[in-house]
Design a protein around this ligand. Structure first.
Ligand code: HEM
Length: 538
């Protein structure tokens, strides 16, 4: 009798297995035909169907495991996850060769169904390569390219001072002030919104809005990406309910803040107010060019503006690039007082005690510039950048790379390669200086940490400018020290970077696990200088 029920089940199993085997055989033979005798790049042994699923580097800080693989197999390592090919690039040369020089075929992104379901459909950072991505990115770039960013320098200078003055309130939380400095600048730049302090609810709402990116790209959370239907499940679903609630809340915050700020900026524009914000300019251009199709332009304008918001700091998960880099920098300053001293000596010679530093001083502040470079290198916040994907079959250094291969550049390994940067774990800006000038014979972190080719970070000039003005203004006025323990002794904090990346997740950003420090004015005169500068800015 049992056979009566088992037979159909067995038949179903056999049918399913045959379909999977047939599919596997078809893709393997198709790949074999396309390879035309070329070998795939070397890599750990793959198993039928699952590939390297069980012997891939641990998803916990995978850049470490990837570096180990590169030392064993070379600059190009091949992995396969359930039939999905992936290569790890281990040196700057091969990254430039493939991702920069062949960016026409290496600029796609892996699709993320959950990102789309949870409100990030128009986020071009995660979008497939194509016309819509190009259109959104071009509009975004107009406001962030190297020629455009200097127009926001006065705003960056004054907002930095406004944020730093918060440190004069002894109870201010360092992380919150850092978040405010970057978040407030971006809100002002994008929407023309003036955020008064780190407690402003809009900063908190933006953090909530970014939570979806953080949640989906955090290793254990990212697993549901393989089963995108979870995006449609109710919040009471066992095991997954918490994640779905978190993502839904983030989507709601994202929709609320971006819509609200967009319409407020639009209303100001319609009322004829003069505003230099990005939304204002985009709207003006859209209505001039396409007066009869304004609604068509609302989506791109709102989406492009929202894109800039993604770079806000999150106090819980630290999912932010600029603030996270700054957290590493504050930690470095507290650990290396002698570096603060050298920067201060330079600031005192170039700027003097009677004014705050500005962008006009940048050329002359060689040491300060080197501190910015070292901050981007030492605490490299995007260790594997953002995954690219190939759109066509390619041959790289004699190896066949199939179309649809995910590419993970191990940026962290380059930034911590002792052959390029001796003693890479030491924060040492002087590695970038020779004979009083910035060296041009050493790999500039700026050329790698912002990614590659057509996908290279479009916010890089803005970010670089912000980091410069923060370092210069901070070190001109303040002293950054380690926190004290209960006995009044300095607590020695080491840089431990968080993780935040699963081998096939599209985006990862790191933050220092602990960056506690104490920020105090160097003198009453320095304090007065800052206060006066802020008063004059108003
Ligand atoms: C220290 C600061 C920053 C770092 C280290 C950083 C790093 C990166 C990296 C590695 C990528 C991926 C590039 C690639 O795929 O090859 C990226 C993409 C991106 N970044 Fe940044 N970024 C920073 C700041 C910013 C800022 C301030 C903004 C906006 C105002 C921004 C907006 C974007 C956008 C929109 C993309 C997606 C580009 C695309 O897919 O076409 N970033 N960033």
């Amino acid at each position: 009798m049992a056979w009566f029920f088992l037979a159909p089940l067995q038949a179903l199993y056999v049918a399913l297995l045959s379909i999977v085997a047939l599919h596997y055989w078809k893709s393997a033979s198709d790949l074999w035909r396309r390879r035309q005798g070329l070998s795939l790049p070397p890599g750990p042994r793959r198993w039928p169907l699952v590939g390297n699923l069980f012997n891939a580097p641990s998803p916990w800080k995978p850049w470490l495991g990837y570096r180990k693989l590169s030392s064993e197999f070379g600059d190009i390592v091949y992995l396969e996850m359930l039939g999905r090919p992936m290569i790890i690039l281990g040196s700057p040369e091969v990254m430039i060769e493939f991702l920069e020089k062949r960016s026409a075929v290496t600029s796609d992104r892996p699709e993320s169904a959950l990102m789309a379901i949870f409100g990030q459909k128009n986020n071009f950072g995660f979008m497939r390569y194509g016309l819509l991505w190009r259109r959104l990115r071009r509009n975004f770039w107009q406001h962030f390219h190297s020629g455009a960013v200097p127009s926001s320098h006065p705003m960056q200078e004054s907002f930095t001072r406004k944020a730093l003055v918060r440190f004069l309130d002894l109870s201010a939380d360092t992380k919150a002030v850092i978040r405010y400095a970057f978040g407030g600048t971006i809100l002002k730049f994008v929407y023309g919104v003036e955020v008064e302090n780190e407690g402003d609810p809009r900063i908190a709402e933006l953090e909530e809005a970014n939570d979806v990116i953080r949640a989906i790209t955090t290793p254990m959370q990212f697993a549901p990406e393989a089963l995108p239907f979870v995006g449609y499940l109710p919040t009471w679903t066992p095991f997954l309910g918490k994640l779905i609630t978190r993502l839904s809340k983030s989507r709601a915050a994202h929709e609320h803040i971006t819509t609200e700020q967009y319409y407020l900026a639009k209303a100001r524009a319609e009322a004829g107010e003069d505003d230099t914000s990005m939304v204002f300019k985009l709207l003006a251009a859209a209505s001039k060019l396409h007066a009869s199709h304004e609604e068509d332009y609302c989506l791109p304008v709102a989406a492009i503006a929202a894109e800039a918001d993604y770079d806000l700091h999150d106090p819980q998960a630290g999912a932010d690039t600029m603030s996270s880099t700054a957290e590493g920098l504050f930690l470095a300053m507290s650990l290396y007082p002698e570096i603060q001293e050298k920067a201060r000596a330079e600031l005192s010679t170039v700027v003097g005690p009677d004014r705050m530093p500005g962008f006009k001083d940048r050329q002359s502040l060689v040491y300060v510039n080197a501190v910015v470079k070292e901050a981007l290198r030492w605490h490299n916040v995007t260790p594997i950048g953002v995954l690219h994907t190939t759109t066509a079959d390619e041959v790289l250094r004699g190896h066949f790379i199939p179309a649809g291969t995910m590419i993970a550049p191990n940026i962290w390994a380059c930034m911590h390669n002792p052959d390029i940067y001796p003693e890479p774990n030491t924060f040492n800006p002087e590695r970038f200086i020779r004979d009083g000038k910035l060296r041009n014979d050493i790999l500039d972190p700026v050329s790698i940490v912002f990614g590659f080719g057509r996908r290279k970070c479009p916010g890089r000039h803005f970010a670089d400018a912000m980091l410069y003005i923060i370092v210069a203004s901070l070190l001109h006025v303040f002293d950054v020290r380690p926190p004290l323990d209960e006995d009044g002794q300095p607590i020695k904090i080491e840089l431990h970077q968080s993780h935040g990346f699963l081998s096939y997740a599209p985006f990862a950003r790191l933050f220092p696990e602990d960056c506690r420090c104490v920020v105090r004015p160097q003198s009453a005169r320095a304090e007065a200088l800052l206060r006066n500068a802020v008063a004059n800015d108003v």
